[in-house]
Design a protein around this ligand. Structure first.
Ligand SMILES: Cc1ncc(COP(=O)(O)O)c(C=O)c1O
Length: 426
């Protein structure tokens, strides 16, 4: 089949959409009080946002972005290497390095590019890169692009990591790549063990702290939470979560950052972060520094909701981050739960394989009001009955029961839908 033909035969997303159970690409507009937005003309409480500190609509941040547009224009007009480097980028780098307690920082246009630049930029042919099996896709792509030999270790299994490192030949550099906070389940990496194992086996540890930075340890992130910032040679960040913007950064020693300035291809061969995004991230960083209560408020809200949802009988793993996964069952149950919640004015993210096992992935922010959290709890309480009425087995669907099962509000069988939703993502 030719390539365009392959695209034309991709009909699964249309099938899922036609059943009203397509949980991706919801189009939001506006911003109301707290975490309220609009989807398809309906007001919803957003419980899937990365705006953990509630800064994306903060007037100080929006004004900093607007002022940067007035002063610098809308784009950076090129690679930072040549003509797209702004004094604003360098100011942000100085303040990031200072806040996170690392000697130097390098700002990229996205968090994806920061991770890609760090891992692929530092590794060479003949090196070995060992990646946690649940690491973010940007790190998986980075490892593949790095030209190093890629090895996977089971999620958070430092014994298997140590065994893998021990078995490597003596020559070639070694890099270990993990998330600080895992983006799908919200669990933390076992940093003290990782630091020890990397030290014992002379491996360079890279921690992607997209979800921990700005929130944990009064904003200083996962490495600071463990008191191990000095022991992690390379940390990458994104501005698209707590820092209310778009962009990312790598933190490390001056020599590492200077090397990446020349070897990180996503930095060298792509335009610098826009003035508005850079200024917004800088302002957000200053607010994180001055208002450490925000990270605590996000964590308190997540804690409250973990308890509230568990008390309703939902399976919610324990955790200490703003990310709260709710295990509903397989893809179909998860998508139905997503839709039932949306009908009740609550938007949560539906995670589908192969990104991760199906679950509802909620996140709670400093900006969620008590009333909003109560309304979210009420919506979860309200959908228990229709979910139970779906009477699907806990461990997935088989053709024998999907062919006769009708989905709520549609004439379609679950089987049609299940065929639609499975493997929507590469
Ligand atoms: C762990 C992790 N790393 C990197 C990224 C990419 O960040 P960005 O959205 O800034 O490109 C994400 C985004 O979701 C993430 O969760």
């Amino acid at each position: 089949m030719d390539i365009v033909g392959r695209c034309a035969s991709f009909t699964r997303s249309r099938q899922a959409r036609s059943l009203g159970l397509y949980p991706f690409y919801s189009a939001f507009s506006g911003r109301g009080p707290g975490a309220a937005r609009t989807v398809g003309g309906r007001d919803v409480i957003v419980c899937g946002s990365g705006d953990y500190l509630g800064l994306a609509a903060d007037p100080r941040v929006t004004e900093a972005a607007a002022e940067a547009v007035r002063r610098y224009g809308t784009g950076s007009s090129g690679s930072r290497l040549l003509n797209g480097n702004l004094d604003l980028h360098e100011q942000l780098e100085d303040e990031l390095a200072q806040f996170f307690g690392k000697p130097a920082a390098l700002v990229f246009a996205t968090g994806y590019q920061a991770g890609l630049g760090a891992v692929a930029g530092l590794c060479r042919t003949g090196d070995h890169v060992l990646v946690d099996q649940e690491a973010h896709a940007s790190l998986v792509d980075a490892a593949r692009l790095s030209r190093a030999r890629v090895h996977w270790f089971p999620h958070n299994d430092t014994d298997r990591l140590a065994a893998g490192l021990k078995a490597l030949p003596g020559n070639g550099g070694r890099m270990v790549v993990v998330d600080g906070v895992y983006s799908m389940r919200g669990d933390l990496c076992p940093l003290p063990d990782l630091v020890r194992v990397c030290h014992e086996h002379r491996a360079t540890l890279v921690v992607d702290d997209a979800h921990g930075a700005g929130v944990l340890a009064e904003g200083h992130g996962t490495c600071a939470q463990y008191g191990l910032t000095d022991d992690v040679p390379v940390i990458s960040l994104t501005f698209s979560k707590a820092f209310a913007s778009i962009g990312g950064a790598v933190l490390g020693d001056k020599a590492v950052i200077e090397y990446l300035r020349h070897y990180a291809r996503p930095l060298v061969f792509s335009a610098g972060a826009s003035p508005a995004n850079t200024a917004a991230a800088l302002e957000a960083l200053r607010i994180v520094r001055d208002e450490p209560w925000r990270g605590r408020a996000a964590l308190d809200n997540a804690h409250r909701m973990r308890h509230a949802l568990s008390a309703l009988g939902y399976r919610v793993p324990p955790g200490e981050t703003p990310l709260v996964p709710v295990d509903i069952g397989d893809e179909l149950r998860t998508a139905v739960a997503w839709k039932l919640l949306l009908d009740r004015g609550v938007h949560v993210n539906a995670v589908m394989p192969p990104a991760a096992p199906a679950c509802l992935r909620a996140s709670f922010c400093a900006s969620h009001t008590r009333e909003q959290l109560d309304a979210v709890t009420a919506a979860f309480a309200d959908i228990r009955e229709p979910l139970a009425a779906l009477a699907l087995p806990e461990n997935g669907l088989t053709a024998s029961h999907t062919s006769h099962l009708r989905l709520p509000g549609t004439e379609d069988s679950a089987e049609t839908w299940a065929a639609g939703i499975r493997h929507l993502l590469p």
